[in-house]
Ligand binder design. Structure first.
Ligand code: NAI
Ligand code: MG
Length: 356
């Protein structure tokens, strides 16, 4: 059956980087990928057209789609809007609406870009890890929460770290399945020595591991994981962790590669539907200049093809094409180095299509 993709350009560099990913998608369809797509509005562009960041029209398109590809949202011209109308609210709303509880963020360092990392080449060369972050639970959403006044008149801020068994089980399944598609090693990160919520996390991961005998499970405390990520990041294949630890570790891991313009992400729900977007934002400083790096968005499309369309071969084909343009020396400004060929956003997209 034909798979249907919703395409949301968003704001800032969104339309420019999405245009290049769509060129790649068109090429795949021409080569036989059974997919169709439709555009809708999210964030600032949705506010301009409908007066809200996640309008019913967009919701309808995304709900019937098998996957959503997003550029980026958020631009300074919307900063003066009331909080509930701001572009970023559109992103939170769509995540909630589609129940996207599993956030997958790869951190890959291409040999050609080893200069971009702040770590020594031998520590990071060939790095290819995936962080799976739970996205809808944990201390960010746990009740009770708030700021209260104590009997002695002093104020106290408080939040609650919570994870239910079913929430842990479903993120564990996504993590093991992702590990099966990769190096078959999964490291579950917790702070089980201090936090009961993560003690349960650890227990459930060990239980789910029995269903995946081909994946090697290990456990690590989050403080040690933070150290190991900069000491010897290549020891990891897939890292799975809760919302707050994942927030921090995924940003840390992304910087091992030094190039925000290269990093894709996926947010999945239980049906395999997902929202795919680059890890970076709307880059208002370079928007409209045809300078942005479209590769994070093109690699997000590869994740979409892998996880929501189930076509591993074509996902790998996109990733190989990206690898090829890098080894052929094409560089957008953010990853430029002496001797390379400086290209615009649209030239980079064209080069990837040619490599396909
Ligand atoms: P940003 O990621 O947009 O930009 C940070 C720096 O990286 C800028 O110098 C930018 O030019 C550069 N950069 C980002 N993507 C690039 C690309 N593809 N090619 C070349 N250079 C690139 O983060 P910033 O500046 O903190 O946020 C800007 C806006 O984006 C804000 O409104 C923020 O709320 C929003 N944002 C949206 C996200 C999303 O849509 N998921 C995620 C992060 C921020
Ligand atoms: Mg973060």
């Amino acid at each position: 059956m034909t798979k249907h993709i919703a395409i949301l350009e968003g704001d800032g560099i969104g339309p420019e980087i999405i245009a290049e990913a769509v060129k790649v998608l068109d090429k795949l369809i021409e080569q036989g990928l059974d997919a169709s797509y439709e555009y809708a509005y999210l964030g600032g562009s949705a506010y301009d057209k409908y007066g809200e960041p996640y309008p019913a029209e967009t919701q309808a398109v995304c709900q019937k789609a098998d996957a959503v590809l997003l550029g980026a949202v958020g631009s300074p011209q919307y900063d003066t809007l009331e909080r509930h109308l701001r572009p970023e609210r559109g992103l939170l709303a769509i995540r909630k609406d589609l129940n996207l509880f599993a956030n997958l963020r790869p951190a890959i360092l291409y040999d050609e870009l080893a200069h971009a990392s702040t770590l020594k080449a031998d520590v990071v060369a060939g790095l290819d890890i995936l962080i799976v972050r739970e996205l809808t639970g944990d201390i960010y959403f746990g009740e009770p929460r708030g700021i209260r006044t104590l009997d002695n008149g002093e104020r106290e801020g408080f939040n609650t770290m919570r994870y239910s068994e079913s929430e842990i089980r479903r993120i564990a399944k996504v993590s093991f399945e992702a590990a099966q598609k990769r190096g078959k090693k999964l490291c579950s990160v917790d702070k089980a020595n201090v936090l009961e919520a993560t003690e349960l996390w650890k227990e459930i991961f060990s239980e789910v591991a029995k269903d995946y005998p081909d994946v090697e499970l290990s456990h690590m405390y989050v403080d040690n994981a933070a150290m190991q990520l900069v000491r010897a990041p290549k020891q990891f294949d897939v890292i799975a962790t809760g919302n707050i630890f994942g927030d921090i570790l995924s940003d840390q891991a992304s910087m091992l590669t030094g190039s925000i313009g290269m990093l894709p992400s996926a947010s999945l729900n239980e049906t395999g539907k997902g929202l795919y977007e680059p890890s970076h934002g709307s880059a208002p400083d370079i928007a409209g200049q045809n300078k942005a790096n479209p590769l994070a968005t093109i690699l997000s499309l590869a994740m979409l093809v892998r996880y929501s369309l189930g076509d591993e071969a074509r996902a790998v084909q996109i990733e190989r094409a990206v690898q090829k343009v890098l080894s052929d020396g094409y560089r957008t400004a953010d990853i430029y180095q002496d001797g390379a060929t400086l290209v615009s956003c649209s030239e980079m997209g064209k080069a990837v299509v040619a490599a396909l």
